[in-house]
Design a protein around this ligand. Structure first.
Ligand SMILES: Cc1cc2nc3c(=O)[nH]c(=O)nc-3n(C[C@H](O)[C@H](O)[C@H](O)COP(=O)(O)OP(=O)(O)OC[C@H]3O[C@@H](n4cnc5c(N)ncnc54)[C@H](O)[C@@H]3O)c2cc1C
Length: 480
C-alpha cells in the first residue's frame, strides 16, 4: 500500500489522526464555519485506510447489495485541495512526539502540529482468546484466516468474496453477536447467498435495546427469512482447520458449529494504543473534557476513541454533537461544552423497522404501557416514570419514534395526553406542543391509568419481563 497525499503544507496548524466519519465531519464543519469557507490555517489529516473518506454506516447496505461503493464516498479528492487540506492516506500515524509536537507515520513521515486531534475510532473486539499456539493478535489484521470483524470497506470486500466462494463451495457463515452490527452482517451475508447462523449470548436479540416481545418479533421475522439463530449461545473455544483457519466455534454445551467464515460482532475496542504510549490520560478510551481536550492542552480526541465522563461512544449522533463543540473550539468561537445525552437506535435491515431509546427495565412504580397489533405486526412499549417518558421500544410502525425521543429527552410531562399516548403517540405529542406549556406532573386533571383498555390488542402491563439491563445504546456493536 503506497501512501498518497495532496497539497502538502510545511507546518500545519492542525493535524488530525484518523480519517473516518468523525474526522471528515469535523473538516466539513470547520470549512462551513470559516469565513468564505476558507480554513484560517493549514490542516493535515492522516488516514490509515487507503480510500477517500466514506460513510461507514452505509457498509451494511453495501454488504446487503442495496448501495454501491461510490455512493459511500463523502468527498472527492479535489475538495481537500480546494480547502487547503493535506490528505495523507494509507499511512497510519505510529507515534506522537509530544515534546516536539510532531506525529510520526508508519512510512517515516514527521508532521509537526500546533493543535492535534485524535479521531482513530475503534477496532472489532475478539469475543474469545485465540488458540494459545497462535501468535497473540495485536490488531484485527493479525486475526487468523477465517475470522474477521465488520468495520471497514476492506471487510465488506472480503465478505463479498466469501459470499462468492461460499456459494460455490456450499460453505456457510457464522456471525457472533446479536446486536445491531451482528444482525446487519448476518442479513447482508444471507442476502449474499450464504447459509448464516447467528449466535447470541443473551436469551434474546438486541437485548440492550429490545424487550422480550420486540426481540421475539424480530427473531421470528429473521428466521422466516432463512437466518438460523441460536440464543443463549456461550462460546467455549475456536475450532481450527489443519491449515490454521478458524473454522467455527464450540459452545459450552458441546455443540460444534462449522463455517467457512466467522464474523465477530461482539463489541469494539477504542483505538488508543499510541495515545496511551504518548502518555495521554486513558481509561477505556482517551479521556477528554466537555471541550474534547485531552490531558495535553495541545491535543483533542473525538469520536469512538474518546471518553467523556466515563462514557465511550459507538453511535454517530453523540459524535456529531462533539464535532459541533470541537469545531467552534478550534476556531476560537464560543461554545457550550459537550454533554452526554440519551440516544436512539434503529436497525438498518430493509423490511424490518424498529426503534428504541432510553431505559428498558422498569423501576418500582414505573408504568409500562404496551400496545400490540398481531395482524400488522406492530408493537409499542412505553416506559413512564412520574408521567414522563423514560423508555421507548417500537417495532413495525416506528413513525412516532422521533417525536417520542424528543419528549423523552425534554422530560415532557405527558399527563394531558395520556389518553392517546399509546394509540396515537405522534398525534398526541403534536397536540401537546400546539396546546402550549406542558401540564405539571401533579396536575389533578391527568390521572394515571385512565386509558381505554377495551381494545383486545391493547394490553397494559406493569410487570417486569425484561432483563435487568438498560438499553442505553452507547455502541453500535454489542457484547454477545
Ligand atoms: C457496519 C457498521 C454500521 C454502522 N451503522 C451505524 C448506524 O446505523 N448508526 C450509528 O449511529 N452508527 C453506526 N455505526 C457506528 C459508526 O460508524 C461509528 O460510530 C463512527 O464511524 C465512529 O466514527 P470515528 O471517526 O470515531 O471512527 P471511524 O469512522 O472508525 O474512523 C476512525 C478512522 O481512523 C483510522 N485509524 C485508526 N488508527 C489510525 C492511525 N494510527 N493512523 C491513522 N488512521 C487511523 C481508522 O482506519 C478509521 O478510518 C456503524 C458502524 C459499522 C462498522
Amino acid at each position: 500500500m503506497h501512501p498518497s497525499s495532496t497539497t502538502r503544507e510545511p507546518t500545519p496548524a492542525l493535524v488530525i489522526i484518523g480519517h473516518g466519519m468523525a474526522a471528515q465531519k469535523l473538516l466539513e464543519q470547520l470549512v462551513s464555519l470559516s469565513p468564505d469557507q476558507q480554513l484560517p490555517w493549514p490542516v493535515t489529516v492522516i488516514g490509515e485506510e487507503p480510500h477517500l473518506p466514506y460513510n461507514r454506516i452505509q457498509l451494511s447496505p453495501l454488504l446487503a447489495g442495496e448501495t454501491r461503493t461510490e455512493g459511500l464516498i463523502s468527498q472527492q479528492a479535489d475538495w481537500f485541495s480546494r480547502h487547503g487540506i493535506t490528505r495523507i492516506s494509507g499511512d497510519p500515524a505510529s507515534q506522537i512526539d509530544r515534546a516536539a509536537r510532531c506525529v510520526e507515520t508508519a512510512s517515516g513521515g514527521r508532521i509537526p502540529y500546533q493543535r492535534l486531534v485524535i479521531a482513530t475510532g475503534s477496532r472489532p473486539a475478539l469475543p474469545l482468546p485465540l488458540p494459545a499456539h497462535l501468535p497473540k493478535a495485536s490488531s484485527v489484521n493479525d486475526w487468523p484466516p477465517g475470522l474477521m470483524g465488520f468495520r471497514d470497506l476492506k471487510d465488506v470486500e472480503q465478505m463479498q468474496a466469501a459470499c462468492l466462494a461460499g456459494r460455490q463451495a456450499g460453505a456457510g457463515a457464522l456471525v457472533i453477536g446479536g446486536g445491531l452490527l451482528g444482525l446487519e452482517a448476518a442479513e447482508g451475508l444471507r442476502k449474499g447467498g450464504l447459509e448464516v447462523t447467528l449466535l447470541q449470548r443473551s436469551e434474546r436479540l438486541m437485548n440492550r435495546q429490545l424487550d422480550e416481545v420486540a426481540a421475539g418479533l424480530l427473531e421470528r421475522e429473521l428466521r422466516e427469512r432463512g437466518l438460523d439463530i441460536i440464543t443463549g449461545a456461550h462460546l467455549e473455544e475456536w475450532l481450527e482447520s489443519p491449515a490454521g483457519r478458524i473454522s467455527g466455534v464450540r459452545l459450552t454445551d458441546g455443540r460444534e458449529l462449522h463455517a467457512g467464515l466467522t464474523i465477530a460482532a461482539t463489541g469494539i475496542r477504542p483505538e488508543i494504543e499510541f495515545a496511551r504510549a504518548a502518555g495521554l490520560a486513558c481509561q477505556r478510551a482517551i479521556q477528554v473534557d466537555g471541550h474534547l481536550l485531552t490531558s495535553d492542552p495541545h491535543i483533542h480526541a473525538l469520536g469512538e476513541c474518546c471518553e467523556v465522563d466515563g462514557e465511550t461512544f459507538g453511535l454517530i449522533e453523540p459524535i456529531w454533537a462533539q464535532i459541533e463543540v470541537l469545531a467552534r473550539q478550534l476556531l476560537a468561537q464560543p461554545t457550550p461544552p459537550y454533554r452526554n445525552a440519551p440516544l436512539a437506535t434503529r436497525l438498518k435491515v430493509s423490511g424490518i423497522d424498529l426503534y428504541s431509546c432510553g431505559e428498558l427495565a422498569p423501576q418500582p412504580n414505573d408504568e409500562v404501557l404496551v400496545y400490540q397489533d398481531h395482524a400488522l405486526g406492530d408493537y409499542r412499549r412505553l416506559l413512564l416514570r412520574e408521567e414522563r417518558l423514560v423508555g421507548v421500544v417500537l417495532y413495525g410502525d416506528v413513525s412516532a419514534g422521533n417525536a417520542l425521543f424528543e419528549a423523552l429527552k425534554a422530560g415532557t410531562p405527558l399527563t394531558r395526553i395520556r389518553e392517546d399516548l399509546l394509540l396515537m403517540p405522534a398525534e398526541a405529542l403534536a397536540r401537546l406542543t400546539q396546546d402550549g406549556p406542558p401540564t405539571a406532573p401533579d396536575d389533578p386533571s391527568g390521572k394515571p391509568g385512565t386509558q381505554d383498555m377495551t381494545d383486545q390488542h391493547r394490553d397494559r402491563d406493569t410487570t417486569d419481563k425484561t432483563d435487568k439491563t438498560d438499553n442505553t445504546p452507547d455502541t453500535f456493536e454489542e457484547a454477545a
